[in-house]
Design a binder for this molecule. Structure first.
Ligand SMILES: Cc1cc2nc3c(=O)[nH]c(=O)nc-3n(C[C@H](O)[C@H](O)[C@H](O)COP(=O)(O)O)c2cc1C
Length: 357
C-alpha cells in the first residue's frame, strides 16, 4: 500500500504530505485493528524493562512526528513499542515560516527547521485528557517531549519548561527535556553545564518520580558531551536520548543545502559515535535511547549492542512507511540482542537493568 502511496506523498510538499498522512491515519483509526496483527510484532523476547517501564518492543517513534499528540492511540497499533509526543511548548506557537521541511531522497535524509510549531501544552493536555476519558488510552509507554517557547528568554527557560510539565505530567510515562533542537534560537545553550544543571534539577524534582530524560545534540564535542552526561547522572535523570538533528552536512555530497537540522541516513554515523561515547561516560548509570539514521534491523541491533536500551526512528518511517517497526522487530528476533548491557548489573537484578547511581 505504501509503495503506491509514497510517490503521491513525495509529489507533495513534505509538510503537506506529513499532514495528509496523519489525517488519513486519523480517518482510518477504526480500521487499524484489522491491520494491527500484521504491523505490530508481539513476542516476549522483544519486551524491555527500562526506567521502571515495560516496553513491548524496543522500537519507538521519535519526537516531532506526532507534534500535537493527536495520534497517541495509534502508534502502538502500528507496531511501535513506545511513542514520544511533541515537542510541546508552554506557549502556542506557529514555528518558522514555510517551507521548513526538505527531502533529500538520494541520501534518504530530511532537513527541517520547523521551530516547534504546536498549539501549546495546555491544549495538548486537553486533547490527551479527552483521549484518556474516551477509554482509548494507549497500552505502550508514552513520552512527553518538552521544549522552550520561542518568545521566552533563555534566562526564564526553567519556568517555561515547568509550566509545560505541569500541564502534561499526568499523561507522561516519561518526560524528555529537549535542549538540542537547532531550530529554536539559543536552545542548545541549555546543554551548557550551569543552565543544564538548573533545568534538569528543576524538572526531575517537579516530575514527582516519573522518569526524566534529556535529549542531546549530535554536534557536542566529547568534553561537553561528557559534562552533559555527568550532569544528567548527578541530577537524577532516568536516561538520555541521543541524538537530535545535526547542523553538520557531513555525509552529504558537496552542495548548497537549506538551513536546518539534518536527519536520516547521513546522521547514522554521528548518532552511533555519540551513543558509544555516552555508553563509555555513563558506564550503564542511565539507560540510553539511540535515535538518528536507523533504517534497518542491522542498524537497530548495532545501537542496542553499543549500549542503547531502546531505539527511535523518524526519517526512516517517512522513507520506508508503516511496516518499518515490524520489519525492525522481526529482524531483531532473527538474531536477538538479549542482554545489551556491557556494564555490571545491579546485584540480584533479574531484568538486566543496569545499576543506577
Ligand atoms: C521534520 C522533523 C521534525 C522534528 N521535530 C522534533 C521535535 O519537535 N522535537 C525533537 O526532540 N526532535 C525532533 N526531530 C528530531 C527527531 O526526533 C530525531 O531526533 C532525528 O530526526 C534523528 O532521527 P532520524 O534520523 O530517525 O530522523 C524532528 C525531526 C524531523 C525530521
Amino acid at each position: 500500500m505504501y509503495r503506491i502511496l509514497k510517490p503521491i506523498l513525495f509529489f507533495l510538499d513534505p509538510e503537506w504530505a506529513h499532514h495528509a498522512a496523519l489525517a488519513s491515519l486519523k480517518l482510518s483509526k477504526p480500521l487499524l485493528s484489522l491491520f494491527s496483527p500484521r504491523l505490530a510484532v508481539k513476542d516476549a523476547r522483544l519486551i524491555r524493562m527500562v526506567f521502571g517501564l515495560k516496553f513491548p518492543n524496543p522500537v519507538g517513534l521519535a519526537a516531532g512526528l506526532d507534534k500535537e499528540g493527536e495520534l497517541a492511540d495509534v502508534w502502538g497499533k502500528l507496531g511501535f513499542g513506545f511513542a514520544e509526543l511533541g515537542t510541546f511548548t508552554a506557549h502556542p506557537q506557529e514555528g518558522n515560516p514555510r517551507p521548513r521541511v526538505f527531502r533529500l531522497p538520494a541520501q534518504q535524509a530530511l532537513i527541517n527547521r520547523m521551530g516547534f510549531p504546536n498549539s501549546g501544552a495546555m491544549a495538548a493536555a486537553q486533547r490527551l485528557s479527552a483521549l484518556r476519558q474516551s477509554g482509548r488510552w494507549p497500552s505502550i509507554p508514552i513520552g512527553i517531549n518538552i521544549g522552550k517557547s520561542k518568545l521566552v528568554p533563555l534566562e526564564e527557560a526553567v519556568e517555561d519548561y515547568l509550566e509545560s510539565l505541569q500541564h502534561l505530567l499526568p499523561y507522561a510515562d516519561y518526560v524528555t527535556v529537549n535542549v538540542s533542537s537547532p531550530n529554536t534560537p539559543s536552545l542548545r545553550k541549555l546543554q551548557e553545564a550551569k543552565p543544564l544543571k538548573k533545568l534538569l534539577n528543576a524538572m526531575v524534582k517537579a516530575a514527582s518520580g516519573k522518569p526524566v530524560l534529556a535529549k542531546l545534540a549530535p554536534d557536542l564535542e566529547e568534553k561537553p558531551l561528557q559534562q552533559a552526561a555527568d550532569i544528567a547522572l548527578s541530577t537524577g535523570c532516568a536516561g538520555l536520548v541521543a541524538v537530535n538533528t545535526t547542523l553538520s552536512r557531513e555525509g552529504l555530497p558537496p552542495g548548497v543545502y537549506p538551513d536546518g537540522g539534518l536527519s536520516g541516513a547521513p546522521l547514522g554515523e554521528k548518532a552511533l559515535r555519540t551513543l558509544e561515547s555516552l555508553a563509555r561516560f555513563t558506564k550503564g548509570g542511565v539507560p540510553l535511547v539511540s535515535v538518528g539514521g536507523i533504517f534497518t534491523p542491522g542498524d537497530a541491533r548495532q545501537r542496542l549492542e553499543a549500549g542503547a536500551k531502546l531505539v527511535q526512528v523518524y526519517t526512516a518511517y517517512i522513507y520506508e512507511g508503516p511496516r518499518l517497526p515490524a520489519r525492525l522487530c522481526r529482524g531483531l528476533l532473527e538474531k536477538p540482542t538479549f542482554n545489551t548491557t556491557r556494564w555490571p548489573l545491579a546485584k540480584g537484578s533479574k531484568n538486566h537493568e543496569p545499576l543506577r547511581k
